[in-house]
Design a protein around this ligand. Structure first.
Ligand SMILES: *Cc1c(COP(=O)(O)O)cnc(C)c1O
Length: 459
């Protein structure tokens, strides 16, 4: 078959210059950052693959929208544009803007969760689980086992395992389960999608037991693309149509618009139920701002509305995921262990395979991310024992099966050559893996410790 390359449906008209550093400078910088890539200064980073959150490149149209901000305290024109866009593309009737995704999670958790409740989900997400716990709930992982196996090539690792869900139902009872929380393109599983077949079955299950279905829709467009590519019956459906269908199966949604929707800041809570909307409006004024801006500037709501429209275009998402796959293929060709299938927003390195001499207590993924930075100035993120944190009841470390380093690709930001440099650097670090040292905490924050924790090398 003739090879046909993916390519971006845009061209570059403005660039941001990067500082180049030496290995000595990077060694000093990572030590000063306590071997935590979150604590590096951005200007000391060459290729920033820390996250895909808030780091996408906005289009000229989005920038033009920034000039059309209606910064009224109440009833901004941009709010109505955003609300209508959410309804058009996602189908949710009511929208409450929030400063970002976790603002929406806070409000939703406080409204729906009572102390002693259980919240099943297709794998935890850091901020989502924390807000569920702060509201008195206990998160229960009901994702399929394949999601925890980096070697499994299951096409829909984001699917729910109904045996796990039913086991929770038998144990806890439906009245202790306020909702099921479903993420599309599950971040912590490596950007893995849920199938529409599974989601439809879940909708039926929720209806049977009178339990709400809440959608963490942060990466819904990427999930829709995978459905189009992999699920029978969807080859001829547009990403936009599939996105709408996914949303139509759920009751409410939390959104971090810093991902799919390609803005630097913002989020929202959306729902179809008027009563839930009224309660959300009461709480949003406490934590975020009035219900027509919720912590966002008018101009940011405008850029978000335009970004949503761009995010569901087939050409855009094809190039976006094509670039991620290109990095994955480049790494695999060199024998690097990566999570398969490739995720929508990132390639995940299997740290257990790359630095097998480090026990999990010495945080192999954290150590590998630090080594990658030192090699070529590429900033990645740990997704393993450090991110998993401690059990809030027992205080013991969670020891997740997956010990991963996430190379997250910002949307519309880097070129194919940047991906080549990244792959070359990973291969170089892998060749010298034996010299990567384990880490121990010198400072461990009480919550979300991966953000601000500090480490030292174990000699
Ligand atoms: C980023 C993210 C969130 C939280 O959103 P913020 O905008 O960072 O507060 C929630 N869920 C998922 C899956 C995410 O990726």
């Amino acid at each position: 078959m003739e090879k046909r390359s993916w390519a971006e449906p845009y061209k570059i008209k403005m660039v941001e210059l990067l500082k180049m550093t030496t290995r000595e400078q990077r060694e000093a910088a990572i030590a000063a950052a306590g071997y935590n890539t979150f604590l590096l200064k951005s200007e000391d980073v060459y290729i920033d693959l820390l996250t895909d959150s808030g780091v996408g490149a906005m289009s000229d149209r989005q920038w033009a929208g920034m000039m059309m901000g209606d910064e009224a305290y109440a009833g901004s024109r941009n709010f109505y544009h955003l609300r209508d866009t959410v309804e058009t593309y996602y189908g949710y009737k009511y929208t409450v803007p929030t400063h970002q995704g976790r603002g929406a999670e806070n409000i939703l958790s406080q409204i729906l969760i009572k102390p002693g409740d259980y919240v099943p989900g297709n794998m935890y997400f850091t901020t989502t689980r924390l807000h569920q716990e702060l509201a008195g709930g206990v998160f229960v992982d009901v994702i399929v086992d394949e999601a925890h196996d980096p070697a499994s090539t299951h096409p829909f690792k984001g699917d729910v395992d109904f045996n796990k869900l039913n086991a929770l139902l038998d144990e806890a009872g439906a009245d202790k389960i306020p909702y099921v929380c479903i993420a599309t393109c599950v971040n912590m599983a490596g950007g893995q999608p849920i199938s529409l077949e599974n989601l439809r079955e879940l909708r039926t299950w929720c209806d049977q037991h009178d339990i709400l279905l809440v959608h963490d829709m942060t990466r819904v467009a990427e999930n829709a693309y995978f459905i189009q590519q992999r699920e029978t019956g969807y080859q001829d459906r547009s990403v936009r149509e599939i996105v709408h269908e996914i949303c139509s199966l759920t009751d409410a949604a939390t959104m971090s618009s810093k991902k799919d929707a390609m803005v630097n800041i913002g989020g929202f809570l959306a729902m179809n139920d008027e009563g839930l909307y009224e309660k959300a409006c009461e709480l949003v004024v406490v934590y975020e701002g009035l219900h027509t801006y919720g912590g966002m500037a008018g101009r940011d709501m405008e850029a978000l509305a335009i970004g949503i429209t761009e995010s569901v275009q087939d050409d855009h998402i094809h190039a976006r995921i094509g670039q991620v796959a290109y990095l994955g293929e480049s790494l695999e060709a060199e024998g690097v262990s990566v999570v398969k299938p490739y995720g929508g927003h990132a390639i995940f390195l299997d740290a257990r395979a790359i630095v097998p001499h480090l026990p999990q207590e010495q945080f192999p993924a954290q150590a590998l991310a630090a080594a990658l930075y030192v090699d070529a100035g590429i900033r990645a993120m740990e997704r393993g024992a450090v991110s998993a944190g401690r059990n809030r009841q027992t205080g013991e470390n969670h020891m997740p099966k997956l010990e991963l380093v996430r190379l997250t690709i910002p949307r519309r930001v880097y070129t194919q050559a940047h991906m080549d440099v990244t792959a070359e650097s990973v291969v170089e670090v892998m060749k010298n893996a034996a010299s990567v040292k384990g880490l121990r905490f010198t400072y461990e924050p009480g919550v979300l410790r991966f953000f601000q924790g500090r480490f030292e090398e174990i000699e």
